[in-house]
Design a protein around this ligand. Structure first.
Ligand code: HEM
Length: 492
């Protein structure tokens, strides 16, 4: 008898306790309530519906339908987390600058990239962020222009010349992987790219997957690729460390590993060799899927916007005509590519490579009269403001002239690189590599879409469903004898 009474009493106390806990948790602001919206089926919530919308490129309609139903602040549940969806420039400002919101990555990404900038916190995060901002600041990027130029020319000769048809997305991925690896890894870059291009792709594909580590899942494949890449980069890092210890100087001076070891010796951070390797992986992943999406969609836009293409050709031909055939592009040349960069920004507006940003509330927050409980996620999608006619007239029209007067674009409505303290540190790097790549592609080729109605998906980066096959025509010959040899080999 006694045990039953005891169990009932215990259950009643537990129920009362849970009730008090939950009502206290959700009512810290007496006038605020949780945002409207539904959380869907427990754990799963809207995850599959959102992933389906992303993969069918209907995510913008998906977000707008929720905003229409529930307003600019609503709740949902994605990837197992209760999440508040926010819309508008004020929401972007809130997400990117509020100190009680912490950058959030998927569990998959945390497992895939280990202790990189994307997952570190506190002092360690400050140290890595400051090191990375130093490494990617404009006067440093200036030093990488020659490396970028060399890699773009090398890859164009290898993969584009002598072909009458190419598929742009895989070549753009290879190009941006080659560029970022040449800069951050130095002389061993080519070996890594050759051996691990497919692994980088599998790793990137696994970022938005359920973290179930079994062989045939996206996540399982991503984890295996991540381990292979980590092993290869660790080998390079050990070599750099040894050469620094033995000779007191590094073999290659602009690579990120040497840069980080040098900062370590000056006491600027306390990262281990393993942490540095994870950060190299974080930079490569942050850099290559995003910029390749930009280059791919820029090429796509230029095939259907002849007026924009004509202006870009004029700008790029003028730069090419003032250079010798063996000259490399310089920082000054890139600075003259003003119209081309406006077209790139218009591409980033219409097809942002990063579809949105997640944060986690580190304490209870009130936003616009709604209560956001500690631990909930907060999310904003870039398309919500990028494709809103209140901020961009005729928003689906591709019109680079919108960027002629930046002041006419309302603050916090154009956010392809995020904002605030976690804003993308690679903005300048991506601008320069995109301009270098577009210079050679535009001056040397003409292209036509093979499938005019090819759609695209977000997986999570935007990708044309067939990878954007195009017919190629040579416009200007390559600059060197080597290139003519490459042309001969391909066409022979
Ligand atoms: C078109 C190209 C690019 C786009 C659109 C882009 C976009 C973004 C966005 C939106 C974020 C912030 C995400 C958030 O706050 O939730 C971000 C972060 C980041 N990006 Fe980029 N990115 C690009 C190129 C690059 C390049 C070239 C690099 C490196 C060379 C890079 C490295 C990073 C890193 C390391 C972070 C994390 C920063 C942190 O967590 O503090 N990105 N990027």
């Amino acid at each position: 008898m006694f045990p039953m009474a005891f169990i009932m009493l215990f259950a009643a106390i537990l129920a009362l306790f849970l009730h008090l806990l939950l009502t206290k948790k959700y009512s810290s602001c007496s006038t605020c309530s949780l945002p409207p919206g539904d959380l869907g089926i427990p754990v799963i919530g809207q995850t599959f519906s959102l992933i389906h919308a992303l993969r069918s490129n209907t995510d913008d309609q998906w977000f707008r339908a929720r905003i229409k139903n529930y307003g600019p602040v609503s709740k949902m549940s994605v990837l197992g987390s209760r999440t508040v969806l926010l819309a508008g420039p004020a929401a972007n400002h809130f997400i990117f600058t509020n100190e009680s919101l912490a950058l959030t990555q998927t569990r998959a990404l945390r497992a895939l990239l280990g202790r990189s900038i994307l997952t570190l916190k506190g002092d360690e995060l400050k140290q890595v962020r400051s090191a990375l901002q130093g490494y990617l600041r404009p006067d440093m990027v200036r030093k990488y222009v020659g490396t970028m130029d060399e890699e773009v020319k090398r890859q164009i000769k290898l993969n584009w010349f002598g072909r009458d048809r190419v598929t742009v997305l895989p070549l753009a991925r290879r190009l941006t992987l080659g560029i970022i690896c040449s800069v951050v890894l130095g002389q061993e870059a080519a070996t890594i790219v050759e051996a691990h291009a497919a692994d980088f792709q599998l790793l990137g594909d696994a970022i938005l997957s359920f973290p179930v580590n079994i062989p045939f899942t996206r996540f399982g494949k991503g984890m295996r690729s991540s381990a292979k890449i980590r092993k290869a980069i660790t080998r390079i890092a050990r070599k750099r460390e040894e050469s620094l210890l033995q000779d007191g100087h590094a073999v290659s001076s602009t690579d990120f590993i040497t840069y980080m070891f040098n900062l370590h010796s000056k006491g600027a951070h306390s990262l281990t060799l393993e942490d540095i390797v994870d950060n190299v992986m974080g930079i490569i992943i942050g850099a290559h899927g995003t910029t390749s999406a930009l280059i791919t969609f820029m090429i796509r836009h230029l095939t259907i916007e002849p007026d924009v293409l004509a202006k870009i050709i004029e700008e790029q031909d003028e730069i090419a005509d003032n250079k010798g055939t063996e000259d490399v592009l310089t920082w000054e040349d890139v600075s003259r590519m003003k119209y081309t960069w406006k077209a790139a920004m218009e591409t980033l507006r219409t097809v942002p490579p990063v579809f949105g940003s997640f944060r986690t509330a580190t304490k209870d927050i009130n936003y616009q009269g709604y209560h956001i409980p500690k631990g909930w996620k907060v999310f904003a999608a870039q398309s919500i403001t990028h494709l809103d006619s209140r901020f961009f007239k005729d928003p689906t029209k591709f019109d680079p002239s919108r960027f002629e007067k930046r002041s006419s674009i309302p603050p916090y409505s154009f956010m392809p690189f995020g904002g605030g303290p976690r804003m993308c540190p690679g903005t300048e790097f991506s601008r320069v590599e995109t301009m270098v790549a577009m210079h050679y592609l535009v001056t040397q080729f003409r292209w036509k879409l093979c499938y005019h109605d090819e759609t695209y998906k977000k997986d999570p980066k935007p990708s044309p469903v067939f990878g954007l096959p195009v017919e190629l025509e040579l416009r200007r010959p390559p600059s060197t004898d080597d290139a003519w040899n490459a042309l001969y080999v391909h066409s022979g």
